[in-house]
Structures are given as structure tokens and as C-alpha cells.
Design a protein. Structure first.
Length: 270
């Protein structure tokens, strides 16, 4: 792997967080895959396009992009060794041959200049140590006129997840703050960062999707309690699971816990 500047995130994604995501890849995809069509449609991937998936994780979006770019291909880049191993395994199982996965820090990864037509990311661009430098490196990897489509988190209060967070015991700092998952929640800040990185025609809008967190309230609560930010802030707490089970129960329907969620979709051009 090339050099790392985002050392804190590298430790997390190659430790508990990455192992949890890799071990529960199907569950995280159930949570996030409702946004896939909005992301990929915005990316407008053509059959010959070369796509790069930033923060690809377990690689579901990379594989979907590769299928759309059937005469081109898709490359996923991520800090997490455990998740990349899962991504490679799933691509092989699904017989998606026009994909590659590379371990690296997108802020300094040695992408070939102008090698890609499109960059995408599903919740993988919110954790950069230096966002302008990182997006500048992605911009360099795109051809002139190349485009990006990124999904980023919005505050939980804008979705059903807000009710779950409200049930958590209070802390001096919220378990999800603006220095991490919500770092690109503000559209004005997004525009400032991307334009500073050399992008133009920056636009954002909100998209909605249903997230499936578990088969019932208890199952969803146990999974949610194991999610990195919650585990980091609260530890393994049986009472917390009981509290979360109560919060999740109101969202049980049709054999699953279904939460309506909102994300911000970012589009821009090089």
C-alpha cells in the first residue's frame, strides 16, 4: 500500500471498524443499497467508462459500476485491508471480471493522471484528513470533463435514525459529529471544498431511501450497537441494546426494521 496520511482512519478501518464491516457486509449493504440507483444514475456511467470508487469498502458499488461499464471497468480504493479482501472475494463469487481493488489513502494515492472518466463514492469521502488535498488528488485522476457523484451523510435528525439517536444516553460530544461522518453535510462547505480542489459545476441535493437495519427490533439494536461510532462511544453495553430495541420497535414492518433515511448527493466536473 502507498503512503498513509490519514493514520487515525487507517487504524480504525484496519481494526475493529473494518473487521465489523467486512464481517457484516451483507447487513451494511442492506442499510445503504437503497441509495445505489440514485448514485449510479447521477454518475451516468457509460459502457466504456473507466470508473474509480473512492472508499469502496466491501465493493458493492464498484461491482455495480463495473457492470454498467461493461466494456470499461471499475477500480475500488480503500484504506481497509479486511474490507478489500471481502470485496475481491465477492467480485470473484459474482464473476465480475472488470474490477480491481487497491489499498490506499485517496488523499495521496498515486492515481495515474487522467486515467478515469468517473469517480463515485457511497459514504466513503467524509473522513479525509485534508479534504481539499484529497479531492484534488481525485480531480487529478480524472480526464478533462470527467465527473463525480458522491453520497455523504446528513444529520440523523433529518431521518428516522434521529429517533434512534435520541434514545442514546447523552454525551458531551455526539457519537456522530461534524469532524467525521457529517463533515460534508453542509452544501456550502461541500461547494467550497470541491471548488478549492479544482472541480466546477458543483451541485448537491437530498435523496431519500429505505434502510433495513435488521429482521426485528432486537436484531437491529444488536447490529446498531456494534457499529463503529456507537461501539467506540458506548462499548459493549447490554442495557444499551435494550434501550435501542425499544427505539427500533416502532420501525418494524413487513418482516424487517425499516428506517427512512436521507443523504446528500454531490455532483461535479473536472
Amino acid at each position: 500500500m502507498a503512503g498513509i496520511v490519514n493514520t487515525h482512519q487507517a487504524e480504525a478501518w484496519n481494526g475493529y471498524e473494518g473487521e465489523h464491516w467486512a464481517g457484516h457486509y451483507d447487513r451494511y449493504d442492506a442499510v445503504n443499497s437503497g441509495f445505489n440507483d440514485a448514485l449510479l444514475d447521477a454518475a451516468a456511467i457509460g459502457p466504456r467508462d473507466r470508473v474509480i470508487d473512492i472508499g469502496c469498502g466491501n465493493g458493492q458499488v464498484t461491482r455495480l459500476a463495473a457492470r454498467r461499464a461493461r466494456l470499461g471497468g471499475a477500480t475500488g480504493v480503500d484504506l481497509s485491508g479486511p474490507m478489500l479482501a471481502r470485496a475481491r472475494s465477492l467480485a470473484q463469487e459474482e464473476d465480475v471480471a472488470n474490477v480491481a481493488f487497491e489499498q490506499g489513502d485517496a488523499q495521496i494515492h498515486p492515481f495515474p493522471d487522467g486515467a478515469f472518466d468517473v469517480a463515485v463514492s457511497r459514504f466513503g469521502v467524509m473522513f479525509f484528513a485534508d479534504p481539499v488535498a484529497a479531492f484534488g488528488n481525485v480531480q487529478r485522476a480524472l480526464r478533462d470533463g470527467g465527473r463525480v457523484a458522491f453520497l455523504v451523510m446528513t444529520p440523523p435528525g433529518q431521518s428516522d435514525l434521529g429517533a434512534v439517536f435520541e434514545a442514546l444516553p447523552p454525551r458531551a460530544e455526539p457519537p456522530i459529529g461534524h469532524r467525521g461522518p457529517l463533515s460534508l453535510a453542509d452544501p456550502d462547505h461541500v461547494r467550497e471544498v470541491l471548488e478549492g480542489a479544482g472541480f466546477r459545476d458543483v451541485g448537491t441535493h437530498l435523496v431519500d431511501a429505505e434502510q433495513i437495519w435488521g429482521r426485528d427490533a432486537r436484531d437491529a439494536a444488536e447490529f446498531f450497537a456494534g457499529w463503529g461510532p456507537i461501539r467506540f462511544n458506548y462499548g459493549a453495553d447490554g442495557e444499551l441494546v435494550d434501550t435501542l430495541t425499544e427505539a427500533m420497535a416502532r420501525f418494524e414492518r413487513d418482516g424487517a426494521v425499516r428506517l427512512r433515511s436521507t443523504a446528500r448527493l454531490i455532483r461535479a466536473r473536472r
